[in-house]
Design a protein around this ligand. Structure first.
Ligand code: ES4
Ligand code: ZN
Length: 330
């Protein structure tokens, strides 16, 4: 019967979500007004109309510009709470949320402010809705490894207060020209500290970046990874080791990684035994939350209900939840 009702009813985890990419234009305008920040767009509609991207970098330029309205603890709280409500409405049981502290500390916002606002929202959302949240601190790969080390040093004292939420380290931003190798030392350090590791790879960058993220960064999951298909040996390795890919179909479409959703390799990867999951990436910018991504793929790729259910199961299995909690959701 109703595809949306079926997708909403599947217990899902969202594993690839940038909290700054969940900032909807309406809230962005409200925060700009609250903080006395001038915007180069007159209306919410004019801003939304600017969300037409040619590639990853053209998106990142607007995404970093949009984040400039986030100043106070309350701003980070409001943004995160809005996402958690939206996630609950989509039938998300658990969200592993990436955040980019360097985007904020680079503008003079204290890292304590960023953590405090996001964490307060996650704790309140868990208490009021039952949706759980983890945090993945992501380094910006267009910046230096030295800056990543400095960010880690600034964040580590907060682990005492937020260690129940902050469980992982990620790597995002402009992929081409910023290979995994650039961050090998800081990732080794994070692994020794006991963090779970993920990295964006094989979105715009080549399959070799996926292999290097596994071998040189020792990540447990690959964010995107859709270009892994270009290397058959790598693809076989992903299948054999059941390394999860956090695929974001509407993101790939909006950033022109492919020209039509019907050309997306999600179904081929799934049917080939790759541990693929479906996620929203930056839903305020890419025109859909996680359920919209499942539905768009079901329609464009002819996914069966059994396949949609397999994708949802994969998301729980590929999460960093302890197994007792996974078991309850499977
Ligand atoms: C991102 Cl789609 C994407 N790719 C790389 N870095 C990002 N940060 C936010 N969204
Ligand atoms: Zn992403």
């Amino acid at each position: 019967a109703d595809l949306r009702a079926f997708v909403l009813g599947l217990p899902k985890a969202e594993l690839h979500l940038h909290i700054e990419g969940s900032l909807e234009p309406e809230l962005l305008f409200e925060l700009a007004r609250r903080n006395g920040i001038a915007l180069p767009y007159a209306t919410v509609e004019a801003l939304r109309a600017a969300y037409a991207f040619g590639d990853l970098q053209s998106f990142l330029d607007l995404y970093y510009a949009g984040a400039r309205v986030l100043i106070t603890e309350r701003d980070f709280y409001d943004m995160t709470m809005a996402y958690m409500r939206r996630a609950q409405a989509d039938g998300v049981a658990h969200a592993e949320i990436m955040f980019d502290p360097q985007t904020h500390t680079g503008r003079g916002v204290a890292i304590e402010t960023v953590f405090a606002g996001i964490a307060r929202a996650l704790r309140e959302a868990q208490a009021s809705t039952g949706v759980s949240g983890y945090l993945i601190l992501s380094f910006l790969r267009h910046l230096s490894e030295e800056q990543a080390f400095a960010t880690l040093a600034a964040a580590l004292p907060l682990r005492e207060q937020y260690g129940d939420l902050w469980i992982g380290i990620g790597l995002d931003s402009a992929e081409r020209g910023n290979p995994p190798e650039k961050f090998a030392r800081v990732f080794a350090h994070c692994k020794a500290l006991g963090f779970r590791l993920v990295a964006h790879a094989g979105e715009e960058g080549p399959a070799a970046y996926v292999r290097d993220a596994l071998d040189l960064l020792q990540v447990e999951r690959i964010d995107h990874g859709v270009r892994s298909e270009e290397d058959p040996a790598l693809l076989q390795r992903l299948v054999d080791a059941q390394i999860p890919l956090t695929v974001c179909p509407l993101s790939n479409l909006k950033l022109r990684v492919l020209r039509d959703l019907r050309d997306h390799n999600l179904a081929r990867l799934l049917r080939g035994g790759v541990m693929v999951t479906v996620n929203s990436d930056d839903p305020a910018y890419f025109g859909g939350y996680v359920a919209d991504n499942y539905i768009a793929c079901a329609q464009a790729l002819g996914l069966s209900r059994q396949e949609l259910a397999a994708l949802a199961r994969n998301s729980i299995e590929a999460s960093f939840l302890p197994w007792e909690q996974k078991e309850k959701l499977l």
